[in-house]
Design a protein around this ligand. Structure first.
Ligand code: HEC
Ligand code: HEC
Ligand code: HEC
Ligand code: HEC
Ligand code: HEC
Ligand code: HEC
Ligand code: HEC
Ligand code: HEC
Length: 438
């Protein structure tokens, strides 16, 4: 009897090990398309990117019969084509290559600001990265988010000073822009990964655009992380209010579908202000774009609530623009006109002060207001803007050109700095006495 049980247990274990182990290792059994059989068998044998092949096996592409060669194939005359064991291939699979099967996504993406993210050569930030800091800082920093201009060496291989790189606006050897892998990590290429806030957070974080941190601290982020098991992220259809209700992710608000609006690969279709420049401006056609964004919100909130939110948001942008950004810009222009600043950027202290004010702190305040992160609006935002303005920019400007800020500081919104009333002082004093005692 005892021996019998042993034998059965052993057999069960044996069957389990033999048949389930590929699944345990995370590799699904799929039919490898004929054009890609050689790729996979040799790469497996030579141990080149074996885990990447495992990810491909788990992908929708593998299930749909899209193999290595379907994506990596190249024509002999392509600038980055090289002969690889009898076939012409290229390493980069550009948006143009994906367009063969995903034309809509690729066209929307090519028309977006994302695709233009690599065109930053003329910017102040670029001068900062490449010159003030130094080229390797730009290669490993700026360009990993924005995208490099990929160069090809004579043998069709990619120039290591420009690649690896999956920046959002990378300029590819075939002239197309961007990299789909920026959000669809290879070789799984799933919607699921792209729908998660972490995907956007590779780039949208940090002192000058902390969208990820803001989201994480917002009620939306809290609801997402608490209920992620109900988010249905792996579903083919992902319509807010239909396939999930718990929380919006970055993708929900900026890209994914609603019951009456299709998903888009151009997040600009839903953005009314640009919060990037010194002074925020409305985008072209901004009313329509605002209306698109509201179509997302109303699946979870009532229209009056949503309108009220946008009223508060717009007022914060106006406050930043009118009270701090325009005056600061005006002061810098006056100093420049008076010959107090050299034409070289970043060689004077006040230029760094001004940069902090709009590029870091001013953006933080604006992004916090856009995405419900009160800590970023206040303590990482307007608080720092105000300190920078009153206690750095103004004194530094006065030192360079006495009287240059007078007209600005005489305006109503700045008059408090000349002294507050006795009643106001008393009120503050009383507040602390009542809270904390004498
Ligand atoms: C006979 C073996 C073999 C076959 C067949 C093969 N590869 Fe490779 N592949 C390699 C090896 C080895 C490397 C590592 C780098 C090198 O030696 O070129 C490599 C590298 C690569 C690279 C990176 C090249 C670079 O310069 O960075 C890509 C992309 C690639 N293979 C794709 C494919 C695809 C797609 C196929 C099928 C069409 C394929 N390979 C077929 C052996 C093979
Ligand atoms: C859906 C299209 C697609 C399929 C299918 C695909 N690849 Fe790729 N592969 C890409 C993209 C995109 C990149 C990223 C290249 C870049 O932009 O830097 C890449 C990169 C690579 C690289 C170089 C980067 C690295 O991490 O080493 C290798 C090697 C490679 N693929 C091999 C394969 C093999 C082998 C298969 C089949 C199992 C395969 N690919 C299937 C799109 C694809
Ligand atoms: C030979 C055709 C073909 C090529 C080339 C191709 N795909 Fe696909 N892809 C498909 C098919 C078929 C599906 C499944 C149906 C669908 O979702 O459109 C798919 C699905 C997808 C999905 C959704 C998968 C999921 O599980 O959520 C993503 C994301 C994707 N592809 C991205 C890419 C990217 C990025 C490239 C280029 C690097 C690419 N594809 C190249 C045919 C292709
Ligand atoms: C961590 C990723 C990341 C790094 C590193 C990075 N950026 Fe950015 N950059 C972004 C994102 C994301 C935006 C858009 C922010 C937004 O819309 O609020 C942006 C915005 C910009 C803009 C404004 C674009 C416009 O259309 O107005 C410029 C210019 C810029 N970055 C240049 C640079 C330069 C130059 C460097 C290096 C010194 C750099 N960035 C480093 C992610 C990055
Ligand atoms: C900024 C991030 C981002 C980039 C870059 C990106 N995608 Fe997507 N993609 C997404 C998101 C988010 C989804 C999921 C949309 C949804 O909720 O259904 C998605 C979904 C898809 C799907 C599944 C079908 C669908 O619409 O749901 C395909 C196919 C696809 N992307 C192809 C591409 C191709 C091709 C490129 C490059 C031209 C690309 N994507 C670049 C974020 C991105
Ligand atoms: C690889 C880096 C990278 C990733 C990943 C990325 N972005 Fe961006 N994003 C950028 C850069 C850079 C810009 C600024 C482009 C410019 O104006 O030059 C930008 C701009 C934007 C804008 C402003 C667009 C406009 O038209 O005004 C939105 C909204 C946005 N991204 C949302 C997202 C979302 C949502 C995701 C994730 C699904 C995402 N991004 C993933 C780098 C990235
Ligand atoms: C609840 C919806 C919602 C979520 C979730 C959300 N956003 Fe936003 N986002 C907005 C709104 C609203 C704006 C302001 C749009 C406008 O000005 O019309 C905005 C603005 C932006 C901008 C434009 C900033 C600029 O400089 O012009 C970027 C970039 C962005 N969001 C990225 C993200 C990223 C990345 C995430 C996730 C980490 C995210 N958003 C999560 C609603 C959302
Ligand atoms: C998928 C559902 C969903 C979508 C879409 C959504 N929200 Fe929310 N929103 C929530 C949830 C859940 C909360 C948290 C409610 C609570 O505190 O109980 C919330 C809270 C808020 C809050 C209150 C923040 C706080 O700190 O109390 C505001 C304001 C808000 N959302 C505005 C918006 C706007 C504007 C949009 C569209 C750009 C939007 N929401 C899209 C689900 C959503």
């Amino acid at each position: 009897m005892k021996r019998w049980t042993w034998l059965v247990s052993f057999l069960v274990l044996f069957v389990a090990v033999v048949f389930l182990s590929p699944t345990l290792a995370g590799a699904e059994k799929v039919d490898v398309p004929s054009g890609s059989k050689a790729c996979i068998s040799c790469h497996t044998k030579k141990k080149v990117g074996v885990a990447a092949i495992g990810e491909w096996r788990n992908s929708t592409h593998a299930k749909e019969g899209v193999g290595c060669y379907d994506c990596h194939q190249a024509k002999k005359e392509d600038p980055d084509a090289f002969k690889h064991y009898g076939k012409y291939i290229s390493v980069i699979v550009s948006p143009k290559d994906c367009a063969g099967c995903h034309e809509k996504e690729s066209t929307q993406f090519q028309n977006s600001h994302h695709a233009k993210g690599g065109e930053i050569l003329g910017s102040l930030d670029n001068f900062l990265g490449e010159v003030v800091e130094g080229m390797p800082a730009a290669v490993n920093g700026c360009k990993q988010c924005h995208g490099s201009i990929v160069k090809v060496t004579e043998d069709g291989k990619l120039d290591p000073s420009t690649w690896p790189n999956t920046g959002i606006g990378r300029i590819n050897p075939d002239g197309s822009k961007g990299s789909c892998t920026a959000c669809h990590s290879r070789h799984l290429f799933s919607a699921k990964v792209a729908r998660r806030p972490e995907s956007c957070g590779k780039c949208h974080l940090g002192p000058d655009h902390p969208q990820k941190e803001i989201y994480d601290e917002s009620k939306h982020g809290i609801a997402f992380y608490s209920n992620v098991d109900r988010m249905n992220l792996d579903s083919e259809s992902w319509v807010v209010g239909v396939d999930y209700t718990a929380a919006p992710t970055c993708a929900t608000c900026h890209m994914s579908a609603t019951p009456d609006m299709e998903a888009t690969h151009d997040p600009g279709e839903r953005i009314s202000w640009t919060l990037r420049p010194v002074v925020s401006k409305h985008m072209e056609n901004w009313e329509a774009k605002r209306a698109n964004m509201k179509k997302v919100c109303i699946n979870c909130h009532n229209p009056r609530y949503v309108d009220a939110f946008f009223t508060q948001y717009d007022l914060s942008i106006d406050l930043y623009n009118e009270k701090f950004a325009k005056p600061a810009k005006e002061i810098m222009a006056k100093l420049r006109e008076a010959g107090k600043l050299s034409p070289t950027p970043f060689d004077e202290k006040i230029e760094w002060t001004f940069f902090y004010l709009w590029h870091h702190e001013g953006r933080r305040a604006r992004h916090g207001a856009a995405m419900m992160g009160p800590d970023y609006v206040q303590w990482h935002g307007f608080f720092e803007v105000a300190e920078r303005f009153y206690f750095e920019l103004v004194p530094e400007a006065e030192e360079l050109l006495p009287g240059v800020t007078k007209e600005i500081l005489d305006r109503d919104e700045h008059r408090w700095i000349k002294g507050i009333s006795k009643e106001e002082r008393e009120r503050i004093k009383k507040f602390y006495e009542e809270r904390y005692g004498q």
